[in-house]
Design a protein around this ligand. Structure first.
Ligand code: PEP
Ligand code: MN
Length: 375
């Protein structure tokens, strides 16, 4: 059970103390307080852990300082969307709002290679009004002899260039806790010209120690990719690991499933789960069309498969698109064949805008239908 407090109730207030004293008398229940510090206000929630079935929700709801009481199901206690749950779905990071009703495109390099390529990419993003990108510095590779990413050495110039072109958030995979320290150090050294969203890749979705580490820090939000060979439920539980350690700023990423049933796509596209994840949890949902499709193949109508699956996900309400671009894909050190060209950026963004517009119209029609047919 979660007791959501009124916005102005702080931990040091008498109302809070009295409420805690009351709740702590309940037998077999332990209390855990979570504070969400936002730009405008701090939201405080008290988690009642244990067998809460005997507690009277309405009694607690009438106590001073209580805004609402949410009975939670067993699954995804923190990130889940529970019965009657009207808590917010998102968060703001470095001036960018992420929620289940926003949409951001993170176009960029799968792997950072040269300063020239990074600059060309960021310049193009700035020219198209984009403030987010992807830049891989640590690359988990199948083959030990493949390029593993430039690591810490590229971070200062990548961050400087991001600052130069007004990039506010860089999605960057980490595979080890030392990478978190290296990112912090490089940001400090460069005066934090940009922000970083820590990406946990599909190979690490169930690396529970890494999940706990990114969960214990509050500086960076986390993009957790779905595990490519596990159930959706298992991946959602992995996200809950991060939240249970204290960091709720988690975005869930769909990136396709590993099976040859999806051939000739690199992975079986799983974007039908966009609305499912939004229904089961309060996380914004990201899709990665590049690692799902894995090629620049296009249909007889001229539309790239990468664009098709992106549009399908956006038309279904996706909140973030993580997509590989490269100014010279033939020179890319990782995943060149699936990279879109800078000349395609405008067209790609316009195509997304069409799909987003369709989604907004569909959601309005659905809301109107429900208004008149509410059961
Ligand atoms: C990536 O986004 O660069 C990546 C390696 O993705 P995934 O973990 O989904 O394979
Ligand atoms: Mn890649």
């Amino acid at each position: 059970m979660i007791v959501v407090l009124k916005p102005h109730i702080t931990r040091d207030s008498a109302v809070f103390q009295e409420l805690m004293a009351f709740l702590s008398q309940k037998p077999g229940i332990t209390l855990r307080v979570h504070e969400e510090v936002g730009a405008i206000m701090t939201l405080t929630e008290v988690y009642l852990i244990g067998d809460t079935s005997a507690l009277d929700k309405h009694e607690i709801e009438t106590l001073p300082g209580v805004e609402r009481v949410v009975r939670i199901e067993e699954e995804y206690r923190i990130l889940g969307r529970h019965h009657d749950d009207k808590r917010p779905t998102g968060f703001a990071y470095n001036g960018v709002q992420f929620a289940q009703d926003t949409l951001h495109v993170f176009a960029g390099l799968c792997a950072v290679d040269t300063p020239q390529h990074v600059e060309e990419m960021m310049k193009a993003l700035a020219a198209h009004g984009q403030v987010c990108t992807r830049m891989g510095a640590y690359k988990p590779r199948t083959n030990p002899y493949s390029f593993q990413g430039h690591g810490a050495s590229c971070l200062p110039w990548v961050f400087d260039l991001a600052g130069k072109y007004g990039i506010r958030v860089i999605a960057m995979e980490i595979t080890h806790d030392s990478h978190l320290d290296e990112i912090r150090e490089a940001l400090e050294k460069t005066g934090s010209p940009t922000g970083v969203m820590l990406q946990i890749g599909t190979r690490n979705t169930q690396n529970f120690e890494l999940l706990k580490i990114v969960g214990r820090q509050h500086q960076f939000p986390v993009l957790l990719k779905r595990g490519f060979g596990i159930t959706l439920e298992e991946s959602l539980n992995a996200a809950e690991y991060i939240a249970s350690e204290g960091n709720r700023n988690v975005i869930f990423g769909l990136r396709g499933m590993k099976t040859n049933m999806g051939d000739p796509h690199r992975n079986f596209v799983d974007f039908a789960h966009v609305p499912v994840v939004k229904r089961l949890t309060r996380m914004p949902v990201c899709i990665d069309p590049s690692h799902s499709v894995g090629s620049r193949d296009r249909g007889p109508d001229g539309i790239l498969d990468i664009q098709q699956v992106t549009a399908q996900a956006v038309v279904a309400g996706a909140n973030m698109v993580l997509v590989d671009f490269h100014p010279h894909p033939q020179k890319a050190l990782v995943d060149g064949p699936q990279a879109l060209l800078l000349s395609e950026l405008r067209y790609f963004l316009d195509d997304i805008a069409i799909a987003r517009d369709a989604y907004i119209r569909r959601a309005a029609v659905a809301a109107d239908f429900l208004k008149h047919h509410a059961s």
